[in-house]
Design a protein. Structure first.
Ligand code: TPP
Ligand code: SF4
Lengths: 253, 356
């Protein structure tokens, strides 16, 4: 019998620097599997963010660029416009995409750039040590909200998938999670669909992935998974918010 | 091809297209928006890429992306926009990507005004963005020269894998002059470079490329900075360009001036000559690298009593002039930076009033 579980070719052999229980690694693997399955490794360019995934280029085995904080969609736009034949994706955290890079993601989506964005929402700034992100939950303690996020001062957590779905330009926008195997299978399907839309030159595609950051949440990996399930998922519903065939606006499932 | 009458901004756009640059990203800002308008009309018919970005921040990184996959790319802007692109410039310089940035300067600081100025000299030559990096800075003083500099900027940026900035003032962008476009490209664009992240299939290579500026290891970071320094030293050695005017005469005053300001200085030099006063003029065409050696030698002449840095700024280039002269004779600044260009008469009166 042959091997049934192997490392995707699109993943490099390097060990990641991610903390135990961090879901970044799972999402990396899903992206790599999809790239293998679509056979696009030789024409794919990944764009790494600034955030914990800043070193993502070390963990894949194809061309990569590393953008400035928040600017990955602009870098991806530059690549895709001059080389429409290449497959381009950004991999961004919630500080990167939903705070400093809001303009770039909204306009890349609104222009209908034929790129794919993998958006890791872990409700916190991981790399810089657990500060508040725009996605931090009301009352959630972070190093810059030591008494819990006060929504009077900082507003409500931003639902990026919904916000981007409101744009009128056709797109594929979905929210997934990887906190248990059943979700991982669905997330993989969504990521594949997102890349397929790009391969077909159809539309901008974004997969938001509800993720964990046990380190900065001050939890064990198992506690983090259950906190994500009980606290994040009710606020951040999973599902397809938009497909290129739907009208735009929030006609979400 | 003969001469055609063209507005500076449009000539800059046409020059880029003729230099084989079919990729252009920009955000509108006076006094250079005509470049974008020209590109929006012309690039589609050439099969090129024109994109109006959502901000100069985004545009800077669109340039990064396009340059990172090895395609010829340009953007144009003015002071406030260049400020927003400065983070990207730092990233592009660190990642050693070739790209051409044009700054058609307006007055500042702040929102300032839309009239011509040379107030972004520091921004262009001393960084603007963070970290140890340099731009190659070319300063045209006519529309014709702007065309030539744009066309040479691409091969220059590719040779050194470093961003090149064309630093023109508002007048260069807005004025109409007869221009003649050079017939042949100096170097054609190629996809053959080995460093670009343009897909392993494109390069028919099994080795992947990473375009990045993150270097966490202190030793590697230092080595990278040394490599950049070596490159900048090479540029200092090989790429200095300048024009001399009336410098064979025993001038008592040597003017150092660039761009539009240098043209006015030339007229003043001619008029002073008619009155029997010899003044030399040295016009840097490259602001980085700066013609330090030439200025030092010219200032060291026994007949030279003073060096004047004349700029449409409140005294920026004068610091480089002082550094070059090395105390060989007194250095003074003269300038204006409200958008008006000091006329020849004003310069003549000022020079005649100098206590030498
Ligand atoms: C212009 C700029 N501002 C701030 C930073 C510092 N910084 C690095 S990562 C980061 C936040 C990253 O958080 P997120 O995007 O949520 O990714 P995560 O680390 O959680 O995966 C910040 C603020 C920077 N590198 N550049
Ligand atoms: S800090 Fe958080 S997001 Fe970053 S690697 Fe650790 S667990 Fe993952």
């Amino acid at each position: 019998m042959g091997k049934t579980f192997t490392r995707p070719v699109a993943l490099s052999e390097k060990d990641t620097h991610y903390c135990p229980g961090c879901t970044h690694g799972i999402v990396h693997r899903l992206v790599a599997e999809v790239i293998d399955e679509l056979g696009i490794r030789g024409k794919t360019i990944g764009v790494a963010p600034v955030g914990c995934a800043v070193l993502a280029y070390n963990y894949f085995s194809f061309d990569f660029m590393e953008a400035a904080h928040g600017r990955a969609p602009a870098v991806a736009t530059g690549i895709k416009r001059v080389r429409p034949d290449l497959m381009v994706f950004t991999y961004q955290g919630d500080g990167d995409l939903a705070s400093i890079g809001t303009a770039e993601i909204i306009h890349a989506a609104n222009r209908g750039e034929k790129i794919t964005t993998i958006f890791i929402n872990n409700a916190v700034y991981g790399m810089t040590g657990g500060q508040m992100a725009p996605t931090t939950m009301p009352g959630q303690k972070t190093t810059t909200t030591p008494f819990g996020r006060d929504v009077e001062q900082t507003g409500m957590p931003m639902k990026m998938a919904e916000l981007l779905s409101a744009l009128m330009t056709p797109a594929y926008i979905t929210r997934q999670t990887v906190i248990s195997p059943k979700y991982v299978i669905k997330a993989k399907k969504a990521i594949k669909k997102a890349f397929e839309y790009q391969c077909e030159g159809r539309c901008f595609s974004l997969v938001e992935v509800i993720s964990t950051c046990p380190t900065n949440w001050g939890m064990t990996p198992v506690e983090a998974l259950s906190w994500a399930e009980t606290t994040l998922l009710p606020y951040y519903p999973l599902g397809e918010f938009k497909t290129p065939d739907s009208q735009g606006g929030n006609d979400a499932a | 091809m003969g001469k055609v009458l063209m507005k500076g901004n449009e000539a800059i756009a046409e020059a880029a297209i003729r230099a084989g640059c079919l990729n252009y990203f920009a955000y509108p800002i006076t006094p250079q928006s005509e470049v974008a308008e020209y590109m929006a009309r012309k690039l589609p018919e050439k099969g090129g890429v024109f994109l109006q970005g959502e901000s100069e921040i985004a545009v800077g990184y669109m340039v990064f992306g396009a340059a990172g996959c090895g395609e010829r790319v340009m953007t144009t802007s003015s002071g406030p926009g260049i400020s927003l692109m400065s983070e990207a410039l730092s990233f592009i310089a660190c990642a050693q990507l070739p790209a051409v940035f044009v700054n058609i300067m307006r007055t500042g600081p702040g929102l300032g005004g839309i009239l011509p100025s040379q107030a972004d000299y520091f921004q262009a030559t001393k960084g603007g963005g963070h970290g140890d990096y340099r731009l190659i800075v070319l300063a045209p003083s006519s529309v014709q020269e702007a065309v030539e500099m744009v066309m040479m900027a691409f091969p220059l940026s590719e040779k050194y894998r470093n961003p090149v900035m064309i630093l023109g003032d508002g007048l260069i962008g807005q004025m109409m002059e007869p221009v003649e476009f050079p017939e042949n490209l100096i170097v054609k664009p190629t996809r053959k470079n080995k460093w670009a992240a343009n897909g392993m299939d494109t390069r028919k290579s099994k080795k992947r490329n990473i375009v990045k500026s993150l270097i966490l290891d202190p030793e590697t970071m230092n080595t990278h900075n040394l490599l950049l320094k070596e490159k900048y030293d090479q540029i200092r050695k090989k790429e200095v360009r300048f024009e001399t005017y009336n410098m064979t005469k025993p001038y008592k005053v040597l003017i150092v001036s660039y761009g539009t300001m240098a043209r006015v200085c030339k007229t003043a030099v001619d008029l002073l000559k008619e009155e029997g006063i010899e003044v030399g003029l040295l016009r840097p065409k490259t602001l980085f690298p700066f013609p330090e050696k030439k200025i030092r030698e010219a200032a060291a002449k026994a007949h030279c009593k003073m060096v004047l840095s004349i700029e449409m700024s409140m005294g920026q280039m004068v610091e480089d002039v002082e550094r070059s002269v090395q105390g060989k004779c007194p250095v003074r600044w003269y300038g204006k930076c409200g958008g008006e260009i000091p006329p020849p008469k004003e310069l003549m009166e000022m020079i005649k009033g100098l206590k030498l």
